[in-house]
Write a protein that binds this ligand. Structure first.
Ligand code: HEM
Length: 475
């Protein structure tokens, strides 16, 4: 494979503004069109050359749209120069929203290493392997009561399941307090990515103002919850681990340290998995032959009747199905970087403040590694083994996701629990539009009809909506 960095195409003036506008309206389809027209690295610069420097990309500082392993490798390997952005919003000075906006993804150097080390214990592979029986039990309990013969909102049902995994196994178990802080953290994370929330008008009725107020509420609950965990270290509980940690100078972590780190972890720990399970089930509904083959594997290897879901992590076809779903509809389609100093990208100057949007969706479709990239074909995973830069669904480099082993296991157990119990259909005339917030999700309720698994798969329902721009469906 040619790993050379392609020279960036530079658009200025009206052309830069036009592409930036298209990107804001429909980020995935517009970048696909931009790359077809200009190649895999497009610099949108000097939209209004007289406005500079500006915090608004393309007006003052360039916005770079890019995809492909060489660019991921160049940027992700230089975290001190190209810093990540936080998943939670900032807010007015001295607000809780501002205090929450400096989580792990923004940290570099020793501070970053310090918090990565704290997360290593709850998320390590041996711990996850020891948890699989309990995870399987939770998946069985949570999914048994889904109503056969009725239409459910799939996205909401999967949310409860994946939040259940996170609260139970990463945040010290289910309690009213843990549920409240998780719900509030996820609520904020979802709304931050709505463009209306980016208009900084701080009133009770504006989306921005609602985030600021919810962040203040979350901060109060969070500090009460973690106060009870101080003095009770538990290496399987991320909140207790951080509440009982010491800062770089050896002093007990203060409230500011807790508020900076924990809220973004709530969203990070459940939303990615929620996206993967939802889109995997959607793709299986649209590809009944793949679903039948998967169900055969589940029955053969896990048993009929009461399947032993704890072995779901070992199944090759399930592994291929999940990876292929994450390739075609990546749960986090973009990763963002901001230049901390004047630097270069692919040999071209990039001034301090340059923002880069790395496109995982298109990286996952590079034709030399993934021919017919829009087609859902799990079998391709039997012959390929891409690097993290070629398949960056969990990121790459020093900021690679520390939760990937936990969630890969949780996702497989969830899919196996659902597929061994239910068959799902989309009702006729279903429309599915997508949005990115920052996970890939259905824009509206995703209604699916539940039947018993032994009724077998039925032909896929033809659907409409923007999801069809992202994946080639058989009908
Ligand atoms: C399918 C599920 C998941 C997906 C797709 C996913 C995806 C990602 C991606 C793409 C990044 C890198 C972002 C960047 O570099 O800009 C990341 C980072 C991160 N993820 Fe995940 N994630 C998942 C599950 C989890 C879980 C279960 C946790 C548990 C707490 C977690 C915690 C984190 C943290 C703390 C970071 C920041 C790491 C750092 O900056 O060093 N993620 N994740």
């Amino acid at each position: 494979m040619d790993r050379a960095l392609v020279k960036p195409a530079r658009l200025t003036g009206f052309a830069a503004l036009r592409w930036a506008w298209r990107f804001a309206l429909d980020p995935l389809s517009s970048t696909r069109r931009a790359f077809e027209a200009f190649g895999p690295c497009v610099v949108l610069a000097e939209g209004l050359p007289f406005v500079r420097p500006s915090r608004v990309a393309t007006l003052g500082v360039p916005l770079v749209l890019t995809a492909g392993a060489p660019f991921y490798s160049e940027l992700m390997s230089r975290p001190d120069t190209w810093r990540g952005v936080n998943v939670l919003p900032g807010g007015p000075r001295r607000s809780a929203a501002r205090r929450m906006s400096s989580g792990l993804m923004r940290l570099t150097g020793e501070q970053h290493a310090h918090y990565r080390k704290l997360l290593a214990s709850p998320l390590r592979r041996t711990r996850v392997e020891a948890l699989v029986k309990d995870m399987a039990r939770l998946a069985q309990t949570q999914t048994t009561s889904w109503p056969i013969g009725q239409t459910i909102d799939l996205w909401e049902h999967i949310r409860r399941l994946m939040q259940g995994f996170a609260v139970e196994f990463l945040f010290g178990g289910s309690s009213e307090q843990s549920r409240t802080v998780t719900e509030l953290g996820c609520w904020i994370m979802e709304r931050k990515w709505d463009w209306r929330a980016m208009v900084p008008i701080n009133l009770p009725i504006t989306p921005y103002g609602q985030i600021v107020r919810t962040a203040a509420l979350l901060e109060r609950h969070l500090l009460a919850w973690t106060a009870a965990k101080r003095g009770h270290p538990d290496e399987g509980d991320i909140a207790a681990t951080i509440a009982n940690s010491r800062d770089g100078a050896g002093n007990p972590v203060d409230d500011a340290g807790i508020v900076a780190q924990l809220p973004s972890l709530f969203g990070l720990s459940s939303e990615g998995g929620q996206s993967v399970v939802t889109w995997t089930l959607f793709l299986l509904m649209q590809h009944p032959a793949v679903a039948e083959r998967l169900r055969d594997e589940l029955r053969d290897k896990l048993g009929r009747g009461a399947p032993s879901l704890d072995r779901a992590g070992e199944l090759p076809y399930l592994d291929a199905v999940v990876k292929e779903a994450m390739r075609v509809l990546p749960p986090v389609p973009f990763q963002f970087r901001v230049a901390q100093q004047d630097t270069t990208i692919a040999g071209e100057n990039a001034p301090k403040g340059t923002r880069v949007v790395l496109n995982t969706f298109l990286t996952n479709r590079m034709p030399d590694l993934y021919p017919e990239g829009d087609v859902f074909r799990p079998e391709r995973w039997f012959t390929i083994a891409p690097t993290a830069f070629e398949f960056p669904v969990f990121g790459a480099g020093p900021h690679i996701c520390p939760g990937y082993w936990f969630d890969l296991t949780a996702v497989k157990i969830a899919v196996a629990a659902i597929m061994t119990r239910y068959t799902m259909n989309l009702p006729p005339s279903t429309r599915i539009d997508h949005s990115i917030q920052p996970t890939l999700r259905p824009r509206a309720r995703l209604g699916v009809m539940l039947r018993r698994a032994d009724e077998g798969m039925t032909p896929a329902t033809p659907i409409t909506g923007s999801i069809r721009d992202l994946v080639k469906l058989p009908q």
